[in-house]
Design a protein around this ligand. Structure first.
Ligand code: IVH
Length: 703
């Protein structure tokens, strides 16, 4: 095949895929491509069409907006998406007075600059000219066109193919924020198509999904799908029960209107009682635009609805008219898209990891993909039941998501993409590391390797023991531990304290200097606080918080190891499962031996008699950032925990306070964006009372 034939073939292929994608997105509300993938394909098609104008075709999806509307419904045939059931059935067609356009996308400042340069050329302006723009948030919902005649709502329609949409008047009339009459009659054109976006808030989305989960077990994958499913209902009562919102931002056909700028349009809409977005900014020049774009990349977290970018529009209608449009998109507006946080990719295989408690965790190994600017290649699948519930198979296309700073997860499987060659996951019957037959206790979702000597379990347990929240032995990496275990130099955690220069120096990438430092670190870890040692032991169900509670209640390791399950369960905030787990752990001879050996080799934890857990910060969460001058960060976190609060590493909407020290960076910015209360170190000390009242033991630790 010649290169040209190749290109022709690719062009046809792209037109077919994009055409199908449009139909799935606009008609079935069941998109099978992520927005970013769709955008990339459209770009590729446009580039090919630009290179070969001779292949242009009016029917190319690049010349269309969306898919033709569905005007027939075949009784008995349900749409493929479970979410669309009841939806998208026989809505009457509506021809728009003026076509509903789409927008071109930009993904970088240089693309914005190229867009502006093109406008300069068309308008005959100097490159240095500062154009006036209006920046708006790009709401991720469904576009709607509402015709008002003499101020009264007469018809509402979806976008459809941009020329003809579907009549959804009955449903739109149920949306509380959309006025049936515009509120001031002067200056209202006799006929105006008012356009905007219909969407769902996160809160409402969660409420709808919770109720669907209860009734049918099937839920919507995201807010946009839920909004689409709610809007295109045959029964307007269902729409009415869904609390949809609307925001208006543009105009279609209009008779005699004196408004001459986008900023004025928004102002007029507001005066007429139409909901408009308050997060809008008139910007002079691209530098101001790019500041708005950057600001909202973080601030979008504070919104209770999804946005996928910022729309930048030339303010003046006069300039807009001069600029005109190319096929489906105006030249005077562009959408700056933020990197997607939900992306599709393939499950290449499912690996099984063995943790320190022996738990076998299936992990999806994915074709690497950028999600929100980070490359994701693995996602946890939790356990066997979870895989069954989601029906994740090897070879499947899945939607992966990163929410905030959380580990990526598989949101859903794109079953429509299955070829039939996908393989179901089977939990191995033997540990993939040590080949011991695995066990799954009745009533438990977790399958475990029961072999305490399993190398994977040992490795994980040792890594946990030296980790920062546990004995905090800096400088011992997982490679070192692997070598120490495989050579038999260490067999348990107490052996760390028997390491000497000779044993350390034989390790790969270990020099004398590093070994000396490591030996010092090992030495100083002997007197870590008791709660750290308890946590380091890796007792099932005992995290750092419960370890703190146990340390302060029992005071010494001796008291704790002799406590009965009943005594343990009587401790405030220690549940029966935790109590049983601790008692069982200390009853096992090999664990008693380990504890004895730890004491023998010189581990002497600081005991916890002074520390009493109070609960005056119960329910409050704190994030410390920047450099604190009066307290160490760990110490501050301990104070929070000792008062019943939580200390976390990342800021979210649920954070109660961010304590910002010197040179606080992105966490402080995020807190400000989310409206989380920010405290100085002194404010924090005021809040917890006097520093002098901080338990003695914590003060010691700070030194
Ligand atoms: S202006 C001719 N402004 O994004 C201008 N669109 O990808 C047409 N959208 O079809 C659109 N927020 O559904 C505009 N503030 C906003 C928007 C917005 C969301 C949607 C709209 C449009 C799509 C284009």
């Amino acid at each position: 095949m010649t290169p040209e034939q190749h290109e022709r073939e690719r062009l046809n292929e792209l037109r077919t895929i994009i055409g199908r994608a449009n139909s799935a997105y606009y008609v079935d509300d069941a998109p099978f491509l992520a927005d970013s993938e769709y955008d990339a394909l459209v770009r590729e098609l446009r580039q090919l069409e630009q290179r070969h104008p001779e292949w242009d075709s009016v029917s190319s999806p690049s010349n269309q907006v969306g898919a033709p509307p569905v005007v027939t419904f075949v009784e008995g045939i349900q749409p493929t998406s479970s979410h669309s059931t009841q939806a998208s059935q026989a809505f009457a067609p509506v021809v728009h007075g003026a076509p509903m356009l789409s927008l071109d996308n930009a993904f970088s400042l240089s693309e914005l600059t190229a867009w502006e340069q093109r406008m300069f050329r068309i308008l005959g302006l100097n490159s240095g000219t500062n154009i006036e723009y209006v920046c708006e948030l790009k709401i991720d919902g469904l576009s709607v066109s509402i015709l008002y005649e003499d101020g009264a709502l007469v018809r509402a329609s979806t976008r459809g193919d941009g020329t003809t949409g579907e009549d959804i008047t009955a449903n739109v009339l149920t949306i509380k924020s959309i006025p049936h009459r515009l509120s001031r009659y002067e200056g209202i054109p006799s006929r105006i198509e008012i356009r905007g976006e219909i969407f769902l808030s996160h809160q409402e989305f969660a409420r709808i999904n919770a109720s669907l989960e209860e009734r049918s077990g099937r839920t919507f994958a995201n807010c946009r799908n839920a909004a689409a499913g709610s809007l295109r209902q045959k029964d307007p009562e269902v729409t009415a029960s869904r609390n949809l919102h609307a925001l208006f931002y543009t105009v279609g056909e209009v008779s005699n209107w004196s408004v001459s700028q986008q900023s004025m349009l928004l102002q007029q809409y507001h005066e007429w009682g139409l909901p408009t977005n308050s997060h809008v900014k008139r910007c002079v020049g691209l530098a101001e635009v790019s500041r708005f774009v950057e600001e909202w990349e973080t601030r979008k977290e504070e919104l209770d609805y999804d946005i996928d970018g910022v729309v930048i529009k030339v303010d003046s209608f006069h300039l807009q008219n001069e600029l005109g449009q190319v096929s489906r998109a105006p030249r005077w507006a562009i959408a700056y898209k933020y990197p997607a946080l939900q992306v599709r990719t393939k499950v290449e295989r499912i690996d099984v990891q063995v943790g320190r408690t022996g738990a076998l965790t299936p992990v999806a190994i994915l074709t690497p993909v950028a999600v929100g600017g980070v490359i994701v290649s693995r996602a946890t699948l939790h356990n066997e039941d979870e895989i069954r519930r989601r029906d994740v198979r090897v070879g499947d296309t899945v939607v992966v998501q990163r929410a905030g700073e959380v580990i990526p997860e598989v949101v859903e499987v794109v079953t429509a993409d299955r070829s039939g060659a996908e393989c179901e996951f089977i939990m191995p019957s033997h540990c993939p590391i040590c080949s011991t037959p695995v066990v799954r206790a009745s009533g438990e979702a977790v399958t475990r390797c029961p072999n305490h000597a399993c190398p994977a379990r040992q490795q994980q347990a040792m890594e946990h023991f030296v980790s920062r929240g546990a004995m905090d032995i800096e400088g011992l990496g997982s490679r070192h531990i692997e070598q120490l275990l495989s050579t038999g130099t260490i067999r348990d955690a107490a052996d760390f304290y028997l390491l000497d220069m000779e044993k350390l120096i034989s390790l790969d990438r270990m020099g004398e200097k590093l070994a000396t430092r490591l030996l010092q670190n090992i030495q100083s870890s002997k007197t870590r606080p008791l709660r750290k040692l308890i946590f380091a032991l890796g007792i099932r169900h005992i995290g750092d918080r419960s370890a703190s509670i146990l340390a302060s209640h029992f005071g010494t390791l001796e008291n704790l190891r002799n406590a009965t399950s009943k005594e343990l369960a009587e401790v405030h905030e220690i549940g029966q499962a935790m109590a049983d787990s601790v008692a069982v752990w200390f009853n096992e001879p090999r664990h008693r031996e380990l504890v004895d050996k730890l004491i023998r080799v010189g581990v002497k934890p600081q005991e916890s008699t002074a520390l009493q857990i109070t609960t005056d910060l119960a329910g409050k969460s704190f994030v410390f950032t920047g450099t604190l001058t009066k307290l160490k960060r760990e110490q501050a976190e301990d104070i929070v925990r000792s008062r019943g609060g939580r200390a976390s590493g990342s800021v979210s909407r649920n954070t109660s306070f961010v304590v910002a020290g010197d040179a606080a960076g992105s966490k402080l910015e995020k807190a400000q964006a989310l409206g989380v209360t920010v405290l100085t170190e002194d404010d924090f000390l005021d809040l917890i009372g006097d520093f002098q009242n901080v338990p003695e033991q914590l003060q010691l630790e700070a030194e």
